[in-house]
Unconditional design. Structure first.
Length: 400
């Protein structure tokens, strides 16, 4: 953190209100300052001037692949193995449905109890839709490795637990899946842009993720899907969308999938959102992910140490070992929701996850050690003075 050669933090590149400590980039990244001008240019110079010609003149149709290549570098994937579009839930559905067709003789989807609920819901819905006797087997995170057996069709895991920040061992679990001939699917929602990821090296068949958290693509930013190149041609997509067709503008009555990763495109790309994401990704052009990880670990360690020293009423629920933790720290507190609202009102933004978890994300692009210490001082004030007892902090909003 004190390395004079460090390129972090880069606070001047983000729109963060003066005096605010933003510890929620693991839920929604802040606005990079250059994004509004880029989006405005897209609206006026591209959509406004070109109108429908923008699909060709501004390259809108190619963006789901070209901008995905910028994401690929951040997750250790080769060019043209990712495509952008739709939401993360849709990409989970695509990957999981494809995985089951790759192992038609097997009926078990293995996941863990720390997986994000939407991933579980998509799996449950797919199983109901197929009506073919598939089972969603949910085990404790610590037991995943031993449960990867030869009856497993697909292993569906989120690398970093959204609630606790627990970090799965991607290389080890991917190897176990390969040894059992099970299809491996990684959800990188809380790891892409937070730590070095090597999907190609891991050998996994699929990886999916969102771009509005650590990648700062903005609310509603498109999701991505990675497919290992050697399995792309084996998959007949369940969501046979127009733009996944080999020749969309031939308007053939029957679906003929593209021969590349583009067969995982579904509908019209969200051009405005992709423009915002493309501009946000310029922030990463000279960021060393290994340096980022080093600083992230330092900030998280500092936060844990200071909270435990000053606010003993909170209980650490994240792994204490930094090697087993992503870029967030979570503490449990019985009145966690109200305490978080009181904290937010005092200029420290984290978030809450039921039933009692106060969650704090540490993004070295715009957080430093001074921010951490000041956040802990304010947190201590909220807890020690029982400021959370004010009834206004207990009114639960639709988004927590």
């Amino acid at each position: 953190m004190n390395d004079s050669h460090s390129t972090l933090p880069r606070k001047d590149l983000f729109e963060i209100p003066e005096g605010l400590i933003y510890l929620d980039g693991n839920s929604l990244g802040p606005l990079p300052k250059t994004v509004p001008a880029r989006v405005n240019a897209m609206l006026q110079a591209e959509w406004g001037h070109h109108l429908i010609r923008g699909w060709n003149l501004a390259g809108w149709m190619e963006q789901p692949l070209s901008v995905a290549n910028r994401v690929a570098r951040l997750i250790g994937a080769a060019d043209n193995t990712l495509v952008l579009g739709d939401t993360l839930s849709i990409k989970v559905y695509q990957a999981l449905s494809a995985a089951l067709t790759l192992r038609p003789e097997r009926k078990v989807i293995l996941t863990d109890s720390g997986n994000f609920p939407s991933d579980l819901y998509m799996a449950q819905g797919l199983i109901r839709q197929l009506g073919a006797g598939h089972e969603l087997r949910v085990v404790d995170p610590e037991n995943v490795a031993q449960e990867i057996t030869t009856d497993i069709a697909a292993v569906l895991l989120t690398q970093v637990d959204y609630r606790t920040g627990r970090l799965h061992d991607m290389p080890e679990l991917s190897k176990r899946a390969a040894d059992a001939n099970a299809v491996m699917i990684w959800d990188l929602a809380h790891s892409a842009g937070a730590l070095p990821v090597e999907v190609e090296e891991s050998g996994c068949e699929f990886a999916v993720g969102c771009t509005y958290k650590y990648l700062n693509g903005g609310p509603g930013a498109p999701a991505f899907i990675y497919v290992r190149p050697d399995v792309v041609s084996e998959i007949d997509p369940a969501l046979a969308g127009w733009l996944g067709h080999e020749a969309p503008f031939a308007f053939e009555p029957d679906y003929r999938p593209a021969t590349s990763i583009e067969r995982f495109r579904v509908g019209t790309p969200p051009v405005i959102q992709i423009a915002a994401l493309d501009e946000a990704l310029t922030l990463w052009d000279d960021v060393d992910l290994h340096e980022l990880r080093k600083v992230s670990v330092s900030l998280c360690e500092q936060f844990i140490e200071e909270v435990e020293a000053r606010v003993p009423q909170l209980k650490l629920v994240s792994p204490r070992d930094a090697l087993r933790r992503g870029s967030q720290v979570s503490f449990a507190f019985g009145e966690g929701y109200a305490a978080m609202q009181a904290l937010i009102e005092r200029g420290v933004i984290g978030d809450f996850r039921a039933p009692d978890v106060m969650r704090f994300g540490f993004t070295p692009l715009y957080i430093d050690g001074a921010d951490v210490s000041r956040a802990v001082v304010i947190l201590e004030e909220v807890i020690s003075q029982n400021l959370w007892e004010d009834p206004k902090y207990k009114a639960v909003g639709r988004v927590t």
